[in-house]
Design a protein around this ligand. Structure first.
Ligand code: SF4
Length: 288
């Protein structure tokens, strides 16, 4: 898991601070955005204000639970390599110059990795501990068209390969329960991840937020959402099969309660995580 990976690497507790760098997303601007996207660009837990203010607020919020001066600056919402490359590099460079920031996590799209962007990421990677997060979601093009991600799996693969060639660690997001996908489809996506061996993986289940287009889609033609039992079973299977070199960054999503519609079990993150861990241990014990 990411927590223990970071503890081993930095020999202390390291927290992640969710920061809003003022990014936008070409898919929202030109294509209406992914169906599950929200006005916050899939990042509901950031604050407004200058970078210094955001960092202090996030640190204060975490201080009672995890008082530490070692943090990863995490740019999650929207597409954080889309925009003026010089301005982006100057923002990221100022942040990693702070003594309390020990690393940088940048979420982006695989179709926003032009050569100048990858060169910037490579420079940042030489100065700090960097990883880049990409929304794989699924490897199946018909689903990708349906959810309007805006590019196909081959583009994703080429983008991930570019990062790998530049020596930049990459984290893939996998979304379970997408419309019209079966367990066999999920397994094929998981196999791709396991074969690629990215630095990390995040597992999520599809859930409905009131402020996403998926909500209207759901109202018009309600789809069957994954049950907690199925999700726990699938993710625990994947943990057993996962290449041990891949670091698990997330076991389940974290919806904003005020906007969340369904399924209700997703709200109880700790319950889901402990059920996955229990099932994983049972499956491991059964294997041996
Ligand atoms: S890539 Fe991210 S920010 Fe852009 S539309 Fe999709 S979910 Fe939203």
């Amino acid at each position: 898991m990411l927590n223990s990976f970071l503890k081993d690497k930095f020999h202390t507790k390291v927290v992640k601070l969710s920061l809003d760098g003022g990014a936008t997303c070409p898919n929202r601007i030109h294509n209406g955005g992914c169906l599950f996207c929200t006005p916050q660009g899939a990042g509901e837990f950031t604050d407004a204000g200058s970078m210094a203010m955001q960092i202090e607020r996030q640190k204060q919020r975490l201080a009672s639970k995890w008082p530490t001066d070692h943090a990863i600056a995490y740019f999650q919402n929207f597409t954080n390599t889309y925009g003026d490359v010089k301005a982006l590099e100057s923002m990221y460079s100022a942040i990693i110059a702070r003594p309390d920031i020990v690393g940088l996590a940048i979420a982006t799209r695989a179709d926003c990795l032009d050569d100048d962007v990858v060169a910037m990421l490579k420079r940042l990677n030489e100065k700090t501990f960097l990883w880049v997060e990409l929304g794989l979601q699924t490897i199946h093009d018909p689903t990708l068209e349906r959810i309007r991600r805006g590019y196909n799996h081959e583009v994703f693969h080429q983008g991930a390969m570019k990062l790998r060639a530049a020596g930049i660690p990459v984290v893939f997001h996998m979304l379970l329960g997408l419309p019209f996908e079966s367990r066999r489809d999920f397994d094929a996506t998981f196999d791709y991840i396991n074969t690629f061996r990215p630095f990390g993986v995040k597992f999520h289940s599809l859930y409905i937020q009131r402020d996403s287009e998926l909500f209207s889609y759901y109202l018009a033609s309600p789809m069957t959402l994954l049950s907690e039992a199925d999700y726990v079973d699938i993710v625990s299977d994947y943990l057993v099969a996962l290449d041990p070199a891949i670091v698990v960054h997330r076991l389940t999503g974290d919806p904003l309660r005020t906007m969340h519609i369904a399924p209700m079990w997703v709200r109880n993150k700790l319950h889901v995580i402990s059920a996955i861990q229990r099932a994983y241990k049972e499956k491991l014990a059964h294997q041996s």
